[in-house]
Design a protein around this ligand. Structure first.
Ligand code: FPP
Length: 228
């Protein structure tokens, strides 16, 4: 969800105004995903590196998350959305953490749309956490017997924060940046990438549908010579 700051700067507004406008886009995109029948949507809201931003901006981002949960979760729950997170959420301010946990718990049974918000997320840390988990398992079960699954891609994926969620078909990055920015590095191996110059606050329903249409035209070969 990139470009909030530049969107605000172009309007001579403080950066936080860009983030506020960004929340409206979050609502639009989540709603469009529900209407379109997209089963999984993952939004990169706050990276591990984002703590380096000015304290006021970080606080405002947390407040916007509080606001989103306070104002949206009830209706999202009714619409069948499961609200989940990836990342080290325990570092969030305590009252935000509490809201996040309640939102996750209260929507856990839903299946229409799995909405995952990356919060204090970093893909390299996620991969290291998976390795640590595997090492712990190996320590507890040194012979590798006792029903332990051999280490293959499926097993490794099951140790990531996104366990149970399929790898993304499509990665959309707004604001024209050509980077992955430490996002889902393992999971994006075969994803289609769509980059738009539009800033996140300007990215609307029509833009999202355009990205999906473009994705539908892509030929995915997964290394084969034929499309699958
Ligand atoms: C990147 O734009 C955006 C962020 C770091 C924050 C995204 C957060 C929200 C849209 C609001 C909170 C989220 C939810 C789910 C309610 P940037 O600030 O890096 O923009 P710039 O590159 O133009 O400076």
């Amino acid at each position: 969800m990139d470009g909030n700051g530049r969107w605000a700067k172009e309007r001579n507004l403080p950066r936080v105004a860009g983030h506020r406008a960004g929340v409206k886009t979050v609502k639009t995109i989540v709603q469009t995903a529900i209407e379109t029948g997209i089963p999984y949507l993952t939004l990169y809201a706050f990276s591990q590196e984002n703590w380096k931003r000015p304290k006021e901006e970080v606080s405002l981002l947390m407040e916007l998350l509080d606001y989103f949960i306070d104002h949206e979760i009830r209706s999202l729950k009714k619409e069948g959305v499961s609200f989940r997170t990836i990342g080290h959420i325990e570092a969030l301010p305590p009252h935000t953490l509490e809201k996040v946990r309640q939102a996750v718990a209260s929507t856990a049974e839903n299946r229409k749309l799995i909405l995952t918000i990356a919060l204090n997320y970093g893909a390299r840390t996620e991969i290291l956490d998976a390795v640590r988990k595997l090492l712990r398992e190996a320590e507890q079960n040194p012979a590798g017997g006792n029903g332990s699954h051999p280490l293959d891609e499926q097993k490794f994926s099951s140790c990531l924060y996104t366990a149970g969620v399929p790898d993304p078909d499509l990665l959309i990055r707004t604001s024209g940046e050509m980077r992955l920015s430490n996002f889902l590095l393992w999971q994006l191996s075969y994803s289609e990438i769509y980059i738009t110059r539009k800033y996140w606050p300007d990215f609307g329903k029509a833009d999202f549908l355009k990205a999906i249409r473009e994705y539908a035209r892509r030929e995915r070969r997964f290394g084969d010579v034929r499309a699958l």
